[in-house]
Design a binder for this molecule. Structure first.
Ligand code: C2E
Ligand code: CA
Ligand code: CA
Length: 362
């Protein structure tokens, strides 16, 4: 039986075949029939399909469960490039259902104040003093406990909720930075204490970015020079002037722009000079390469090369994921300026940064 559910979605129900192989063959046949071009008004149109297969004995699941599983599996086929079929799998279904649940819960979570921020110090490699802190958002979910950003930032980005969520993170962390500044007026040797805030690609495209940022800074009284916005390298690959303009405006106000996860996105190095960035954040994968003893000499050469290129473009270099003293020493010798990682501190509550700053001041 074939039925149309609506739009471009159809359901095909078949009985008799009793193996995954047989239904797989049927799906492949459907796809190959669909792929025959259709002639319309002298033009050739091609149709593609994505199929989700649920196979099993009748009566084991309700009709609604079967349809939901088929739907989830069809979306998996689409996400894998489309024009193919996938077979339902209970684990993948469960993950999709959780993701869906989390996505639906995001707006209320923001209203109810279920998000909080942990801060991880950024340290000067030269003398180990605190240079600033990166704000990392977490979600205290009433059922699932504390969820890391990798679990919900992609979902928030997908629905657009990242814009109000990101604005909240900015507001909250700038307020916190201003508090540290007022508590510790002695932290002046290396300029103001920096607060680093992550920006997602969607926020970058949002027309309110510059105005919102200016408003947040003005309300808090924090100087623009104390703020660093982190944008991933992959978000800026191939960026045109329209996308760069807001970042340029922010940079002109004195806000630092950091290129996050640098080295993972295969960006054109010559392109760097065109970007309004003042900091390169070397991805954790470089630091991991230094775990072995002795470190791979080619890895060292690569980092050395990036550092010297960055410095010749007047960019500061921060390294991420420093987990051992040996790594820190090596990276300092290679000329990196600041570092971040478990060796210094894990992300934590704001008063931990406060304690570190007090220790520095002494
Ligand atoms: P990121 O910007 O690269 O942040 C650094 C991540 O590395 C953090 O993970 C941090 O906890 C982890 N990390 C720090 N030191 C070490 C170390 O020594 N070893 C290892 N193995 N890991 C270390 P986290 O907090 O899970 O954040 C993951 C990503 O989520 C961040 O990657 C960032 O891209 C995103 N994110 C976090 N907060 C926000 C936010 O407020 N807005 C947006 N748009 N994205 C955010
Ligand atoms: Ca970051
Ligand atoms: Ca990073």
């Amino acid at each position: 039986m074939v039925a149309r559910l609506g739009g471009d979605e159809f359901v095909a129900l078949t009985t008799g075949s009793d193996s995954e192989r047989e239904v797989g063959e049927l799906a492949a046949r459907i796809l190959s029939v669909l792929s025959i071009p259709i002639r319309l008004d002298g033009r050739e149109l091609t149709v593609r399909g994505s199929i989700g297969i649920v196979e099993g004995p009748t009566g084991e699941r309700t009709a609604a469960e079967v349809l939901r599983s088929a739907d989830i599996t069809m979306y998996r086929a689409k996400a894998a490039g489309g024009n193919r079929y996938e077979i339902a799998d209970a684990e993948a279904d469960a993950r999709a259902i959780t993701r869906h649940g989390l996505t639906m819960a995001l707006p209320a979570a923001l209203e109810r104040g279920e998000f909080f921020i942990e801060y991880q110090p950024l340290v000067h490699l030269g003398d180990g003093s605190v240079h600033g802190a990166e704000a990392l958002v977490r979600w205290l979910h009433p059922q699932h406990g504390v969820l890391g950003p990798d679990r919900f930032i992609p979902l928030a980005e997908h629905t657009g909720l990242i814009v109000p969520l990101g604005r909240w993170v900015l507001e909250e962390s700038v307020r916190q930075a201003r508090f540290w500044e007022q508590q510790l007026p002695t932290h002046t040797d290396g300029g103001p204490l920096r607060i680093n805030v992550n920006l997602s690609p969607t926020q970058l495209h949002h027309p309110g970015l510059v105005a919102d940022t200016v408003a947040v800074l003005e309300r808090s009284g924090l100087s623009p020079a104390a703020l660093c916005l982190e944008v991933t390298e992959s978000a800026l690959i191939g960026a045109d002037e329209d996308l760069l303009k807001p970042l340029r405006q922010l940079a002109e106000m004195g806000i630092d722009i950091a290129l996050d996860d640098f080295g993972t996105g295969y960006s054109n190095l010559a392109n760097l000079r065109r970007l309004p960035v003042s900091v390169l954040k070397l991805d954790r994968s470089f630091t991991q390469g230094m775990q072995q003893h002795p470190a791979d000499p080619v890895d060292l050469k690569i980092v050395e090369g990036i550092v010297s290129l960055a410095h010749s473009l007047q960019l500061a270099v921060t390294v991420e994921g420093v987990e051992t003293g040996a790594q820190a020493e090596q990276l300092r010798e290679l000329g990196c300026d600041t570092a971040q990682g478990w060796y210094y501190a894990r992300p934590g509550a704001p008063d931990r940064i406060h304690t570190l700053l007090l220790a520095d001041a002494v």
